[in-house]
Design a protein around this ligand. Structure first.
Ligand code: FAD
Ligand code: 2HG
Ligand code: ZN
Length: 480
């Protein structure tokens, strides 16, 4: 399993599932909430990339926070390990069992609870699919503060548990800012109600933040309330080519200065990404087929005045061409062209898994240095694997994808620990937005001090003393 390969042994402190356990779960969830069907279990045991595979025999589908509470309280007493699962689109092996952990899926908790359209505050259960929430709030004149390629499957609870970034981060910022409140169930079954809908609330420690980005290791998120910005009437998308990485950086600076308040996305990809997308994504067209450049940038603007926004974007592009930052470019003339541009950018992940084996690194690196690691990796691997660089340039977040036809330990040995050491030397982050999961639990020290990791271990042990929640993930075994 490539970088998924873990040397971690099953923790013998965990009990093995018995038929009495299954009977208990049936007594609280009914037969429909207790899944043992092999096909359904197999799907839930394997991650989106087909790279991480667990051996769970049980998938539970609670319908309420009380049911989640009963499940966890029982598992805690019995010492049955649990994996909380949302849409199972995570990219670090966090959402699937490592061994025989019970999978607790939030898919059955998908109700919208309320929408305050004066303040744009949505309250819903954690298992709502992001795209369904987007459709719902758009009908109310708002948008979700985050958007990502996995929107059709990922849950808002999964987004919060990974603190997902995505394509709107540059405009609306992190979920730490947009999530107003949440409800979480602790390992012992305590239901922690922090489901406020207040913009300002400085009463004591803001505990909800512990659950944002903790990847199911501290509790199961069951309900959330989130700010939804107003849906603005004018959106424009441009697809541009740049000859070199320095031009991409200069273009970003120019976009921040000149597009200012209407800039809503600034994404970049190298030409290897475009080649890959053209090879593997059905129905997409290269927006700039004649340009033989190394880099492509997708810029989106969102504002309230169609003609003002368009004029502003056109003037920006003209100036960028005159200044030599952009060699070619096109502004989408209709929705289908705009979605073609986005399909290319959002489809890179999907295309990457079609090659066979993929190693994904999700790095925060100062923008000036961000592409150096892609070039260094290419020269290290010397053609043994395909190296792609793309990501959320506006947020300093690189997605480095290394593709080969099958997993090969020699390739992996060329990549790791080099990629982590390099990132650490730049004081970057080895997990910008995807989390640590199983893949990087033992690598956390590349981005966090020993003291910080120790404190994380203490928090984990305080909230989950029997370590039943998402074992082997997020934190190194040494601090538990
Ligand atoms: P899962 O994959 O099911 O779980 C992820 C983690 O959260 C696991 O550790 C799991 O145990 C935990 N978890 C899930 N639900 C809960 C819950 N209710 N309570 C407690 N813990 C829970 N990520 C980005 O940040 N930005 C992107 O742009 C982006 N684009 C993507 C595009 C594609 C095509 C794909 C496949 C993935 C992408 N991702 C991206 C990664 C992934 O989609 C996100 O991490 C997403 O937030 C995961 O949500 P999920 O519901 O699928 O969670
Ligand atoms: C994206 O920005 C996602 O497309 C996925 O975060 C990145 O697949 C990846 O490496
Ligand atoms: Zn991303």
């Amino acid at each position: 399993f490539g970088s998924a390969a873990t040397q971690i042994q099953r923790n013998p402190a965990y009990s093995e599932l018995t038929s009495d356990d299954v009977s208990y779960f049936k007594s609280i969830l009914g037969d429909n909430g207790v899944i043992q069907d092999e096909d359904r279990i197999t799907v839930a045991n394997v991650d989106w990339m087909g790279k991480y595979r667990g051996a769970s025999q049980l998938l539970l589908l609670p319908k309420s926070s009380v049911e989640v509470s009963k499940i966890l309280s029982y598992c805690n007493t019995r010492r049955l390990a649990v994996v909380p699962q949302g849409g199972n689109t995570g990219l670090v092996g966090g959402s699937v069992p490592v061994y025989d952990e019970v999978i607790v899926s939030l898919a059955g908790m998908n109700k919208i609870i309320s929408f305050d359209n004066v303040n744009g505050i949505l309250t819903c259960e954690a298992g709502c699919v992001l795209e369904n929430l987007s459709t719902f709030v758009e009908n109310e004149g708002c948008i979700m503060p985050l958007d990502l390629g996995a929107k059709g499957s990922c849950h808002i609870g999964g987004n919060i548990s990974t603190n997902a970034g995505g394509l709107r981060f540059i405009r609306y910022g992190s979920l730490h800012g947009n999530v107003l409140g949440l409800e979480a169930v602790l390992a012992d079954g305590t239901i922690l109600d922090m489901l406020t809908t207040l913009r300002k609330d400085n009463t004591g420690y803001d505990l909800k933040h512990l659950f944002i980005g903790s990847e199911g290791s501290l509790g199961v998120v069951t309900k959330i309330s989130v700010l939804t910005p107003a849906k603005l009437p004018s959106t424009n998308v441009a697809f541009l080519s740049c000859n070199d990485y320095t031009s991409c950086q200069k273009l970003l600076l120019a976009a921040r200065r000149n597009l200012g308040e209407i800039l809503s996305a600034f994404e970049f990809m190298d030409n290897n990404c475009i080649d890959l997308a053209m090879r593997h994504l059905e129905g997409v067209q290269n927006p700039l087929p004649a340009s033989q450049t190394k880099f492509y940038v997708l810029i989106e603007t969102t504002g309230s005045d169609e003609s003002y926004d368009k004029t502003k974007l056109e003037a920006f592009l003209l100036r960028s061409m005159e200044d030599g930052l952009v060699t070619d470019g096109v502004i989408a003339q209709d929705i289908s062209q705009a979605s073609n541009f986005w399909r290319i950018r959002e489809g890179i992940s999907e295309a990457s898994v079609k090659v066979g084996a993929v190693h994904k690194y999700d790095l925060s690196i100062p923008v000036e240095k961000l592409y150096d690691i892609v070039e260094e990796m290419r020269s290290r691997l010397g053609g043994k694997a395909e190296v792609l660089g793309y990501g959320h340039l506006g947020d300093g977040n690189l997605h480095l994808n290394i593709l080969s036809s099958k997993y090969d330990n020699n390739i992996l040995a060329q990549i790791e620990p080099f990629v982590y050491e390099w990132t650490s030397a730049q004081r970057g982050s080895i997990s910008a937005e995807h989390g640590l999961g199983l893949m990087k639990a033992e690598k956390i020290h590349f981005s966090k001090s020993p003291e910080a990791v120790q404190l994380m271990g203490s928090i984990k042990k305080l909230l989950d003393p029997n370590l039943i929640l998402n074992p082997y993930k997020v934190l190194p075994q040494s601090v538990l």
